[in-house]
Design a protein around this ligand. Structure first.
Ligand code: SAH
Length: 344
């Protein structure tokens, strides 16, 4: 059965025309779906017979909240959802002065295997559909009663490894009648797949591309991010340069500071060197706890930041949100399938 929330308005229109329904129904339905209804019966301005036909023809996905954790520190909310096939994923609502942000997952699991990431050990189970990505936003809004103005594709999964579904999701949230979240309010984070970056550049979207760099040299990067073994830092930066040339959008580079691994002065220098002539922004992230791992947070973040700044690099140090509920980067979905957390 077709998942109705994965359909764009024009596709809904075609479907309704086939049913002999007037085209304006598509707009009504699109708008109900994007309000986060959990059944066709909630679409009260549709004739009962049409609601029944839709229920027979289309699947309306409704993720179930398995667990909701609210941070005492900053009001960050983490949701564990159960999807229609029983798989679980997580999303996080972060509350900022400039507007609330949902950090959402793009896959069940991930095949990239970054050694510092809590989502890596369970591997890749399947891609999320566009509707399942949308659901994370819709049902976060519905449950929290908050408005959401920004989205970051930085949860579980590698968005460029689920390219077509992610693209469709971006169009869904952007369309009039839906959430209408502008591309400038969306960030997509990737471990750095050059082909995907080139493809994304060709779409010329106004979104912010974040590249999870974490090391400027191949030896270190390949050690902590297996994906680098096939690509290499040089090729990754070539793709970043092409992206900037095509889109004119500055890339943001994520860099989790790991003690004795990627926090040396020479690595700051090499990073500054590589970024020369390419406007970008480096986001230093305090490494979040990685259970069963020798990796520890760096003690040299401030030195590293200053060294980059002295060489003309724009740097910020990311504020940690929801750390009391393991909602921070790379912490999602550990034990999600059993529904327990480290702290329980
Ligand atoms: N696959 C995408 C998006 C998901 S990861 C990507 O690689 O960008 C979201 C971000 O969290 C990435 O920058 C990732 O490198 C970072 N991250 C993962 N584990 C982390 C940890 N333990 N501490 C800090 N950041 C981490």
């Amino acid at each position: 059965m077709t998942e109705i929330k994965s359909l764009l308005p024009e596709e809904l229109k075609t479907g309704l025309t086939e049913l002999g329904e007037p085209a304006f129904r598509a707009g009504q339905i699109f708008s109900w779906l994007h309000k986060g209804v959990s059944s066709f019966d909630e679409m009260t301005n549709l004739p009962l017979t049409l609601r029944q036909t839709l229920a027979e023809r289309y699947l309306l996905t409704v993720p179930e909240i398995v667990r909701r954790q609210v941070s005492q520190a900053d009001g960050t909310r983490k949701y564990l959802w159960r999807l229609t096939d029983g798989n679980c994923i997580e999303s996080v609502l972060m509350r900022y002065h400039h507007g609330n942000t949902v950090c959402l997952s793009s896959q069940v699991g991930c095949r990239m295997g970054c050694v510092f990431c809590a989502s890596a050990p369970m591997g890749h189970i399947r891609n999320l559909t566009p509707g399942e990505m949308l659901d994370q936003v819709l049902f976060t809004i519905r449950d929290s009663g908050e408005t959401v103005s920004n989205l970051v594709l930085m949860g579980i999964g590698e968005p460029l490894d689920n390219y077509d579904n992610v693209m469709r999701f971006l169009h869904l949230v952007n369309r009039p009648g839906g959430l209408e979240i502008g591309m400038r309010h969306i960030s997509l984070s990737t471990c750095g797949l050059p082909e995907g970056i080139d493809k994304l550049a060709s779409e010329r979207l106004q979104l912010t591309l974040s590249v999870s760099l974490h090391a400027p040299d191949d030896e270190t990067r390949s050690r902590i991010m297996p994906v680098n073994r096939a690509v290499g830092v040089e090729k990754l930066f070539d793709a970043c340069r092409r992206y900037f040339r095509t889109t004119g959008r500055r890339i943001s580079y994520e860099y989790a500071m790991i003690d004795g691994v990627n926090d040396a002065a020479w690595q700051a220098d090499l990073l500054a060197e590589r970024l020369k002539g390419m406007p970008g922004h480096v986001n230093l992230i305090p490494l979040n706890n990685v259970p069963d791992s020798p990796l520890k947070p760096s003690r040299h973040t401030e030195d590293f930041r200053r060294r980059l700044e002295r060489q003309g690099v724009t740097v910020t140090v990311r504020r940690r949100m929801g750390s009391d509920i393991d909602a921070a980067c790379g912490q999602l979905r550990r034990h999600a399938m059993t529904g327990t957390t480290e702290k329980e």
